[in-house]
Design a protein around this ligand. Structure first.
Ligand SMILES: [Ca+2]
Length: 369
């Protein structure tokens, strides 16, 4: 089938935790190692989807996009609030481009699926015979009950839990996919203008190809999020996130057990629920994480020796928290971001996810040159 569902392999090592699996989330304390039951597995493998063979390029349009001028900036954290992978700041030039004003919506993704018949990663039943060809010999087969089409759903606990165990609030749910983002009983009916979620990087790439667009590079994404401001921590400037009117769909209250939803939303919000940034980009902070084109390397910024021009990111991924799992960059934070320990709505905040993983808080937007 050409697709490896990374989280299926994680499950093989997670049975003691009741079938829950760990995944990257917003709630990693700054500077801490990401701890999860996937961390000690000998290997996982993130396959590349052969999207070229199944999705033809569709008609291309600048509708719904805003112009982002080219320019130079310092990429990375200007203050001391960043995680280690946000340093050092380094000069970058980005040519101008167009960017979707909003995250790609369910309505847009539906149009793509209807036109192409595309089936997302989360909707495909993992085939163990195919899966094991891409794994170290001796990798144990996950239980058949887990080798099912599924995805990761935010499942808040009833009481406070240790924040170094993301399996406390992420659950592998059979039947969860982009049309059922919170599990099989949920739907996107009436949510046409919500961002599509439960889409893997491969799914996002397939959509972008069909739309005649690309995923943004990490450098393009950060430049667009900075929206012409210089060295400001947020897309809106420097005002603290909790001051004034709600600025983005993030978490208020105590994570992950109690969300006061004072911004109006406990989970995903419709696009354009909050004010745009100076470039006209909505929800570039918060709501759902946004896939970027780049591989993730924790030390990528330390390799910058001179001004990078339209940097495409590293040639291979490397995450020291899970060295055997190549990952792609995600940016912007989500409705699960909380000011006290994550703050990934900061413009320079970086996170990473294996490309075949779908999550309830992860979507994307596209760019076009
Ligand atoms: Ca977002």
């Amino acid at each position: 089938m050409g697709i490896v569902v990374t989280v299926m392999i994680a499950i093989a090592g997670c049975n003691q935790s009741g079938g829950k699996v760990a995944a990257r989330t917003d709630s990693i304390p700054k500077g801490d190692t990401v701890m999860s039951c996937t961390s000690n597995l000998p290997s996982r493998f993130a396959a590349t989807a052969s999207t070229d063979s199944i999705v033809a390029s569709g008609k291309s349009s600048y509708a719904g996009m805003v112009k982002i001028p080219g320019g130079d900036y310092q990429m990375g954290a200007a203050d001391k609030d960043g995680r280690p992978d946000e340093y050092p700041q380094h000069p970058v030039h980005v040519d101008g481009f167009y960017m979707d004003a909003t995250e790609v919506t369910n309505a847009q993704f539906m149009e793509f699926v209807k036109a192409t018949g595309y089936v997302t990663t989360a909707e495909r039943t993992p085939n163990w015979e195919e899966l094991k060809k891409q794994l170290p010999s001796g990798t144990p087969k996950p239980a058949d009950s887990l080798l099912v089409a599924a995805s990761l759903v935010f499942t808040p606990p009833a009481k406070p839990v240790a924040l170094n165990d993301v399996s406390q609030w992420w659950q592998w749910v059979k039947g969860a996919d982009w049309k059922h983002p919170e599990g099989p009983a949920s739907s996107i009916k009436g949510k046409e203008n919500y961002p599509v979620v439960q889409v893997s990087w491969d799914d996002a790439m397939a959509y972008a190809k069909w739309a005649g667009k690309q995923l943004p590079t990490e450098a393009e994404w950060e430049w667009a999020a900075r929206a012409g401001l210089t060295n400001q921590p947020f897309t809106w400037g420097s005002e603290a996130v909790e001051k004034g009117k709600p600025k983005a769909n993030i978490w208020q209250g105590h994570f992950p057990d109690h969300n006061t939803a004072t911004d109006g939303f406990a989970r995903v919000a419709p696009v354009k629920s909050f004010a745009p940034n100076a470039y006209g980009l909505y929800d570039i902070a918060g709501n759902v994480w946004e896939w970027c084109a780049d591989w993730y390397r924790s030390d990528y910024y330390t390799q910058a020796t001179k001004k990078a021009v339209n940097p495409p990111g590293p040639s291979v991924g490397y995450d020291p928290d899970e060295p055997t799992v190549p990952k792609r960059v995600v940016r912007g934070g989500s409705f699960l971001c909380h000011a006290s320990y994550c703050a990934s709505y900061r413009v320079s905040a970086r996170m990473k996810t294996s490309p075949d993983t779908g999550l309830e808080h992860t979507g994307f937007r596209c760019v076009k040159k």
